[in-house]
Design a protein around this ligand. Structure first.
Ligand code: KIV
Ligand code: ZN
Length: 457
């Protein structure tokens, strides 16, 4: 019997912390569109904004509360009456409202930013939570800069807010300073020392200043946190927040290490990522895990050959599982003949070995110059290779008259006789995952396996 997997609440803060990214601000209509996509994505909580911050933010939180009915809608508030009341006003129409109150707890913030003592901090946090609780059942408290707070004092503040009625204790690594082992230990300590934690949800909110936000969030989950706060594409203040898609897919791809479930619909991840980029005009970095344009693109010949034979050779999740239409074979100077011939076939051309060799040589020379060979380059190269003056023997056999290419394509010629199959060391019949490799018997590529292998494809 498989042990029960704990559910992790996905708290999306793209519309609040994410929006604090330089260049990522959104108007009310854009926020609503994104909130609706977050709903389709299956997140449990949408932090829709910081209502006291501006009238626009207030209206956005209110409209999202009215329209998006399934997830919990959270609104942020500092630990003071005007903020909490304004947040509540915006959240009142929500089917499931949550007030999220924060107050810094580290000495550096108390001394230089808030200019209050530790005792004043405890009293302010307690009063703020009491007020929020008098308005709304679901109240979250965040001790800002928790990871640079004296842990004993942090537990004292948390004791006070649990007693005052907080239902979620969110532990922010506000400045992205912690590391996974330390953050896991902090969560364990809070769970052991703060009274009543068995009745509240512990949450992790990690920033990426040292590139460890996702690792820190996962360490917190392993230590007993049951909510993670994250954003689409990892956008957020400075280096960003923990990326939603990376956390969710780490749990999906490595259930042996992260045996947790979320309600996220993986197939909606890519759409959410693209919508966010479209709205903000901020592109996703090409090598971004899961949602970057290169996340499922292969250029190296050896990789392309492997992926064509069986995607598991170089892909740990299917593109479809995150809503990406398909893997891409990028044709560049590292590509091999296997990928080149497949792309030619997709464009309507099939070559015998000699013809392919010829095209391939020209292709590599071109790729050296222009880096990425697009379809139109390839079609030009094919046509050029076929020019009657350029070669005594016609090299190209179109199998399907393909759109642009057809115009100049020669008339179909009879299929050339297959070349004899060369001896080749037998490949194992299953891959490293124990999955049977696809048969190639009907493929003309089989003839060239040995050479492809030896040439590094
Ligand atoms: O990073 C942070 O500390 C925050 C809090 C408001 C939760 O975003
Ligand atoms: Zn934050």
């Amino acid at each position: 019997m498989t042990p029960e997997r704990a559910h992790i609440t996905i708290f999306d803060t793209t519309l609040r912390d994410g929006e604090q990214s330089p260049g990522c601000s959104m108007n009310q209509q854009e926020k609503l569109r994104l909130a609706q996509q977050l709903d389709r994505l299956g997140v449990d909580v949408i932090e829709a904004g910081f209502p006291i911050a501006s009238d626009g933010d207030f209206e956005s939180v209110k409209e999202i509360s009215q329209v998006v009915r399934r997830p919990i809608i959270a609104g942020l508030a500092r630990a003071c009456r005007p903020d909490i009341e304004r947040a509540w006003e915006a959240l009142t129409p929500a089917a499931r409202p949550r007030i999220h109150v924060f107050l810094a707890t580290s000495d550096i913030h108390l001394q230089y930013k808030l200019r209050i003592t530790r005792d004043q901090c405890v009293a302010q946090a307690r009063e703020a939570i009491q007020l929020a609780k008098s308005l709304c059942d679901d109240v979250e408290f965040s001790p800002e800069d928790a990871t640079r707070t004296d842990p004993d004092f942090l537990c004292r503040v948390l004791d006070a807010v649990v007693e005052a009625g907080a239902t979620t204790l969110n532990i922010p690594d506000t400045v992205g300073y912690t590391v996974p082992s330390e953050f896991g230990d902090l969560i364990t300590r809070i769970r052991r020392s703060v009274r009543g934690t068995e009745n509240v949800t512990i949450s992790a909110h990690c920033h990426n200043d040292l590139g460890m936000a996702v690792a820190n969030a996962l360490a917190a989950v392993a230590a007993g946190a049951r909510q993670v706060e994250c954003t689409i594409n990892g956008i957020g203040e400075r280096a960003g927040n923990a990326s939603l898609e990376e956390i969710v897919m780490a749990m999906r791809v490595r259930p042996d290490r992260y045996p947790y479930d979320t309600n996220v619909v993986g197939e909606q991840i890519f759409a959410a990522s693209r919508l966010l980029s479209e709205i903000t005009g901020v592109p996703v970095q090409p090598n971004k895990a899961i949602t970057g344009r290169n996340a499922f693109a292969h250029e190296a010949g050896i990789h392309q050959d492997g992926v064509l034979k069986n995607p598991l050779t170089y892909e740990i999740m299917t593109p479809k599982s995150v809503g990406v239409p398909d893997s891409t074979l990028v044709l560049g100077k590292h590509s091999g003949r296997h990928a080149l011939s497949i792309r030619c076939e997709q464009l309507g051309y099939q070559f015998d070995r000699r013809a392919l060799d010829d095209i391939y040589r020209r292709f590599v020379r071109l790729a050296d110059k222009i880096k990425h060979v697009d379809d139109h380059h390839l079609l030009e190269l094919i046509r050029d290779t076929h020019k009657p003056s350029g070669s005594a023997t016609p090299l190209i056999e179109p199998i399907v008259p393909a759109q642009a290419a057809v115009v100049n394509a020669p008339a179909p010629a009879p299929e050339p006789a297959p070349e004899p199959v060369k001896p080749f060391p037998m490949a194992p019949q299953t891959n490293a995952f124990g999955v049977p490799l696809p048969a190639h018997a009907d493929s003309h590529h089989e003839q060239t396996q040995q050479e492809d292998y030896l040439w590094g494809v």
